[in-house]
Design a protein around this ligand. Structure first.
Ligand code: ATP
Ligand code: MG
Length: 345
């Protein structure tokens, strides 16, 4: 039997005489009343609740009198004695005569819910903002070109068109990333596993950067030990490697070292990507994986979705990702993925 203390919500149960019989740990956290202190007392004294006008909710509700047909109360937002807001639902169990046998109250931290809603609203406004700045530039340059075509020479036109082209790429990339984010959030990432040569994929990812103009001696690849057959989704692995290597090049400095090795338990593989730049301050280590988190002085370069997506893709493989300080001082991102197995046909 799981204990009520394991519940993420506060749970208070009273018997037929309104005495508390259960007062779980979350209820203690929310109210500050110890469980041992609460049990046996009238729940209305232990858990006073008020509505927005300051009225005593239990007086309004009168759970033990009132209509004997009531079975539950839908969620409403109320205030604890200390002023903290909680979301409250309640349910009755009645005997055949309609008398209350048990009254159960469930408490949810309203601040957490509000935070989630705020995060969502932030996401919408961030997305709108991120889309607007490249589109403003596209609109500005195309309008200028159309209005004053003959006043510019070919070089000037080329520069403007290159900017428009880069901004269009940026919008496309942002939208692609947002679609990934929504798939990750909805748990709808489809995995197509096949045997993937991790070292080979890493080599290819490096070759891609070199082809795009990066110096070849900026990268160092170390492969250690034989890996088991790795059943991974090659597109997603490429996306993970590409993102981490791009970050090391763009946000880091010096040589980018990539180590591919069996993980400690030999059940899979570990890949670390490290650089010699400024690294990530330890207090930001958790935040880098959040949506739209970007370091200081870095507001314009990326969207801040890269690492959030990387984490989602690694976790879709059943793996984990962490960041720490590299021996050379820069950032070291390390992910491990289990060897996996073929998809069920
Ligand atoms: N190797 C690194 N060294 C230093 N800082 C890094 C490194 N990798 C990531 N960061 C910091 O973490 C932030 C978030 O990275 P993330 O990849 O999520 O976003 P981004 O690179 O800014 O944008 P995107 O990848 O979506 O184009 C970066 O803006 C940067 O400040
Ligand atoms: Mg990035």
């Amino acid at each position: 039997m799981p204990s009520p203390d394991e519940l993420p919500d506060g749970l208070v149960v009273a018997d037929g005489t309104a005495r508390v019989i259960v007062f779980n740990r979350t209820a203690t956290r929310l109210t500050g009343v110890a469980g041992a202190e609460a049990v046996g007392r009238d729940f209305r004294d232990v858990l006073p609740l008020f509505d927005a006008e300051g009225r005593d909710w239990w007086k309004c509700l009168d759970p033990y009198a009132g209509l004997a047909i009531r079975t539950r109360h839908p969620e409403c937002s109320l205030y604890l004695a200390g002023g903290a807001e909680v979301l409250v639902t309640a349910a009755y169990r009645r005997d055949p005569e309609g008398r209350v046998e048990r009254f159960t109250v469930c408490l949810r931290d309203a601040a957490r819910r509000a935070r989630q809603e705020r995060d969502r609203a932030d996401l919408v406004s961030t997305v709108a903002h991120e889309l607007r700045s490249p589109l403003t530039s596209v609109k500005g340059f195309t309008a200028t070109l159309l209005a004053k075509w003959h006043r510019f020479n070919d070089d000037q036109k080329r520069v403007m068109l290159e900017t428009v082209n880069a901004d269009a790429d940026r919008v496309t990339r942002l939208i692609t990333e947002l679609l990934d984010v929504s798939r990750i959030e909805a748990g709808r990432l489809e995995m197509r596993r096949q045997v993937v040569d991790l070292a080979g994929e890493t080599r290819r990812a490096i070759a891609g950067r070199v082809a795009a103009g990066e110096a070849e001696d900026r990268f160092r690849l170390e492969t250690r030990g034989p890996l088991p057959d790795m059943w991974l989704d090659p597109d997603k692995i490429n996306q993970i490697l590409g993102n981490l290597i791009e970050n090391a090049v763009r946000h880091g400095a010096g040589t980018v070292t990539i180590v591919v090795e069996p993980d400690a338990h030999r059940q899979g593989a570990a890949v670390s990507v490290r650089d010699e730049g400024e690294g990530i301050p330890p207090e930001a280590a958790k935040r880098v994986f959040r949506q739209f988190w970007r370091g200081h002085g870095n507001r314009r370069s990326g969207t801040g979705l890269g690492l959030y997506i990387v984490k989602g893709l690694v976790e879709a493989h059943g793996g984990t990702i962490t960041v720490q300080r590299a021996p050379e001082g820069g950032a070291e991102f390390r992910f491990t993925v289990p060897a996996g197995a073929p998809d069920y046909p």
